[in-house]
Design a protein around this ligand. Structure first.
Ligand code: FES
Length: 114
């Protein structure tokens, strides 16, 4: 699915701009005003769409760790909004498994290599 197709769906909250998010050292452009999980879906549509996720804060399968000034902070990706320049240092085992093809280049993804 192309970026244009993604922006035309209503699965994402309305946005005007893409912001920068770094996932495990890989830079992505993702839609502002959306949760981190939606942004991961934007990056790897099929992988996240097909993953076992509740999208409502119950399963905790979407846990991520976000770089803060001193330590990384754990967050629930379906409940945490993206911000420009956000650095995700670690994904839950569940997300890591779901996105492995995205990171190895075997999937249709929206990743800009640093
Ligand atoms: S997807 Fe289940 S808690 Fe976020």
């Amino acid at each position: 699915m192309s970026t244009e197709e993604r922006s035309g769906t209503d699965m994402f909250a309305p946005y005007k701009n893409l912001v920068r998010m770094v996932v495990d050292g890989r830079e992505c452009r993702v839609p502002e005003n959306n949760s981190v999980l939606r942004c991961l879906q934007y990056v790897a549509m099929d992988a996240i769409s097909e993953a076992e996720l509740c999208w409502n804060g119950d399963c905790l399968n979407c846990k991520v760790w976000i770089a803060e000034q001193k330590n990384d902070k754990a967050a629930i990706a379906c409940r945490h909004m993206v911000s420009d320049g956000m650095k995700i240092t670690k994904l839950s085992e569940h997300l890591e498994e779901a996105m492995k093809d995205a990171f190895t280049g075997d999937d249709d993804v929206n990743i800009l290599e640093l």
